[in-house]
Structures are given as structure tokens and as C-alpha cells.
Write a protein that binds this ligand. Structure first.
Ligand code: UDX
Length: 437
């Protein structure tokens, strides 16, 4: 008989996971304490932007396999329960806030049936899974808890969930592994690597992967600083070192650095947890990774000041991009928005454009000015900043734009625009980490 699956927490991760599990053929119920989210998802609308997800959600709702509810009792006959709630950074420190994970477990533990398996997917500090498992077994000793970290990237959430590059399962019994093998049978048949680990290792895999990715980005941004000081070009440097397969070319895009709901908070929570474990020295380098990352934002502002004779007051600056990365409307810890807000605070008249993230950006920073089109954004600008590398910005015809601005100066904060094209159209083109700044 096909497994029945519940997904607890229907935010970014949970909504995607529930929809994709239904697509794999399982009967799925997504549960959340937020009635607005449940109403929106039940009606076939995802409350955020993610390519492909909305269409897939509508297909799965029509199939009759997928439903959503605010009632935790509705999951009582499910065989597998995925916990997909958020673990944001605490307000008063670097650690992860585990309130939602523990309250999710407390809500489901009394209602789930004997023999069922709870599977954590949220990113948690190492040791959390064991604590959750102990709590669960206190309430219902005939259940078990496993860990199955999620590596999905925003913008590719559906693809990464349906075709992950690996599946990692932290288990304490072969029975739990068997259940997870059944859930992921289609991926296993497609030869997707299956890594079986203990609970702490499975929790660590996720934060180690994110720490590595953050390190790679900050490494290339550190090289960008050196290139600027020495008159080199970081884009050529990245290309050249990337040909070495031991290094690889991905995640070597220098610019204003990483943001979003994962990398920044995850490296900080990792450091906080290492300190609790008495192993803080091992992750001391992540402090530097964080600093290099934040410095990329100030280096961008330094470039802006250099171009506008230091005093930003009254200067009209157009900002292309508000999301923390393209193909997402997520503005959590967005380097682009952070820079926009800082230059506005320094007196500049800032206009921000983004193809998808304006509503979220406006909700967070209502005092910023937003433009509905690229043209409106850059009209009369004395400086244009390219801060999120959306495809529509890469496709801009610089010849068309030049007639709209007051001074044709652009700074590419993502090293994604074609410098030669912009220069030949008459623009004064600068970028982070490249000579001629
Ligand atoms: C990340 C991980 O990639 C994913 O595996 C994990 O599950 C969640 O965190 P995500 O937050 O969606 O995913 O974004 P990612 O694509 O990793 O980019 C993170 C940030 O790094 C973005 O702000 C992006 O602009 C920046 N970045 C990425 C760079 O500055 N340079 C690069 O070369 C790559």
C-alpha cells in the first residue's frame, strides 16, 4: 500500500516538499498553524515566487492526492511525517531559534499512529535530532525519528527536490531506513547517491555544505579585494582557477556576496553551536567568511562614493535588483537591499527595481522608492547599480538605456553584465574586483 505522508510547516521548504511528494504519487497532507498560508495553498497559490512550483501545486491539488489543513489531527493516519518548519536566527545572538521545531514535534507527537516515522528536514544545530527523538519516544515509544536534510536552492526548488544530487538520511534503525527508501524509491531507481548516517552526522552534513559554499564565495570575494588592490581582474582569475577540477568553477562569482535565509544564518548558528560544544576554534575561520561577505557590501558603497564625489546627498541612484538572488522574491538578508538602504540613509535618492521582489522589499523597507519598470528606475539617474543578476538585466540593451540616464555610469555588483557591450554603448562601466575602478 502507498505511504501516506504529512508535511509539517508549509513555508518555502514545506510547500515545495509536500507538492513534490504528491508528484511522486503519495497521498500528502500539509499542515501549518498559519491559516492564511493554508488557505492560499489550498486555493492553488503559493505565497512566494518559485519557478514551476505554482503550476505543479495546481496539478497536484487536482490529482486529489494533495491537501492542506490547520488541523493537526488530520495527520493521524499518515505513515511518515516530515518536519519542515523554519529555524531563523535568534533575535539576541547568533544561534538558531528552535521554537518552531520543538512546537511542531509537541503538536504531532500525541496524534501520530504507532509505527509511524517522523523525519526532520529543517536545518538544525547538531544534537537537536537526538533531543527531538527522546521527546517523541517519551510520548509514543512505538514511533521513531530520522533526519533527512534538505539542500534545495531557491529558484530551483522543484528541480532540486525531485532530482536531488544526493539523499542523506540520519537513522537509528534499519526499519526507519527502509521506510525512507520507500519514500525515495524513484530517486533510488535513478541512481541518486544514498548516504546513510547517524543523527548527528546527518545534521552536520547540511551546515557543513552551507559553510563550504559560503567559504567559496568569500574566498573569491577576498581575491576580488586583492585584484582591486593589485590592478587584476577577479572574473578572469575565477575562470582560470575554476578549470582545475579540484576547485571547480561554480560558486566563484565575485560580487556583493551571499545573503538569503540560509547561508548567513547557518554559518552563524554553526559557530554558536561549535562554541557550545567547546570546539569554537575549528570554526573560527567562519567569522572571517562572514566579515569578508559583509565587507563586499561596504566595498560596493565605497565604489558608489568614489563615483559620486563622496557626498551622496541628493544624488539619484538607480538600483537594479532587490532579491538576494535571481529567480526568487526572497529579500531576507539581501545584499542588494542592504546596499540600497545604506545609500538612501546617506542621503541619496534611491529608486529600486526588481522583477519579483518589490512587494517583499516594500513590506520590509517601506521608505524606499520602488519603480515598476527598468526604464522608470533609471530615468535621470546619476549612477546605476546592478545588484541582483536577473536575466532581464543581462538582456538590457545599454544603447537604449543611455538616453534615459543623467550620467551613463554603471557599477556591476554581480560581475554578470557584458562589460565590452556596455562600454561600446558609451557607458562608464565599473565592477567589483576588476581593474579600472
Ligand atoms: C543555499 C544552498 O545553496 C542550498 O543548498 C541550501 O539548501 C540553502 O542555502 P540558497 O539560499 O537558495 O541556497 O542560495 P544560493 O544559490 O546558495 O546562493 C546564496 C547566495 O550566494 C546568494 O545571495 C547568491 O547571490 C550568492 N552567490 C552565490 C554569490 O555571491 N556568488 C556565487 O558564486 C554563488
Amino acid at each position: 500500500m502507498t505511504l501516506k505522508i504529512s508535511v509539517i510547516g508549509t513555508g518555502y521548504l514545506g510547500a515545495t516538499h509536500a507538492t513534490c511528494m504528491s508528484n511522486l504519487g503519495f497521498e500528502v497532507i500539509g499542515v501549518d498553524v498559519d491559516p492564511a498560508k493554508i488557505e492560499s495553498l489550498s486555493g492553488g497559490t503559493i505565497p512566494f515566487y518559485e519557478p514551476r512550483l505554482q503550476e505543479l501545486l495546481q496539478t497536484e491539488l487536482k490529482s486529489g492526492r494533495l491537501s492542506f489543513s490547520t488541523d493537526f489531527n488530520s495527520i493521524s493516519d499518515c505513515d511518515v511525517h516530515f518536519i519542515c518548519v523554519g529555524t531563523p536566527q535568534v533575535a539576541d545572538g547568533l544561534a538558531a531559534d528552535l521554537t518552531y521545531v520543538f512546537s511542531a514535534l509537541e503538536a504531532i507527537a500525541p496524534v501520530i499512529k504507532d509505527g509511524s516515522l517522523v523525519v526532520g528536514k529543517s536545518t538544525v544545530p547538531v544534537g537537536t535530532a537526538a533531543r527531538l527523538r527522546a521527546k517523541l519516544l517519551e510520548v509514543n515509544p512505538n514511533t521513531d525519528l530520522a533526519w533527512n536534510p534538505e539542500f534545495l536552492r531557491e529558484g530551483f526548488a522543484v528541480e532540486d527536490t525531485l532530482n536531488p544530487n544526493r539523499l542523506v538520511v540520519g537513522v537509528t534503525s534499519s526499519k526507519s531506513e527502509e521506510i525512507l527508501r520507500e519514500v525515495y524509491a524513484r530517486n533510488l531507481a535513478a541512481q541518486i547517491p544514498w548516504v546513510v548516517a547517524d543523527l548527528p552526522t546527518s545534521e552536520l552534513v547540511k551546515v557543513a555544505a552551507n559553510a563550504f559554499l559560503a567559504t567559496k564565495i568569500s574566498f573569491i570575494n577576498a581575491m576580488a579585494e586583492i585584484c582591486e588592490a593589485a590592478g587584476g581582474d577577479v572574473t578572469v582569475l575565477a575562470k582560470a582557477i575554476g578549470y582545475d577540477p579540484r576547485i571547480g568553477s561554480r560558486f566563484l562569482q565575485a560580487g556583493i556576496g551571499f545573503g538569503g535565509g540560509c547561508l548567513p544564518k547557518d554559518i552563524r548558528a554553526f559557530m554558536a553551536r561549535a562554541e557550545e560544544l567547546g570546539a569554537e576554534q575549528a570554526l573560527e575561520f567562519l567569522r572571517e567568511i562572514d566579515s569578508i561577505n559583509l565587507r563586499a557590501r561596504s566595498r560596493m558603497i565605497d565604489l558608489v562614493r568614489r563615483d559620486l564625489s563622496e557626498d551622496l546627498r541628493g544624488k539619484k541612484i538607480a538600483v537594479l535588483g532587490a532579491a538576494f538572488k535571481p529567480d526568487s522574491d526572497d529579500v531576507r538578508d539581501s545584499p542588494a537591499l542592504d546596499i540600497a538602504v545604506q545609500i538612501q540613509a546617506a542621503g541619496a535618492i534611491v529608486s529600486v527595481h526588481d522583477p519579483k521582489a518589490i512587494p517583499n522589499a516594500r513590506a520590509r523597507f517601506p521608505a524606499l522608492n520602488f519603480a515598476e519598470s527598468i526604464e522608470a528606475c533609471v530615468t535621470d539617474a546619476q549612477l546605476v547599480l546592478h545588484l541582483t543578476e536577473w536575466k532581464v538585466y543581462r538582456e538590457i540593451d545599454p544603447l537604449k538605456l543611455i538616453g534615459l540616464v543623467k550620467s551613463p555610469i554603471i557599477i556591476d555588483g554581480r560581475n554578470a553584465l557584458d562589460r565590452d557591450l556596455w562600454r561600446s554603448a558609451g557607458w562608464n562601466f565599473r565592477a567589483l574586483g576588476r581593474s579600472e575602478n
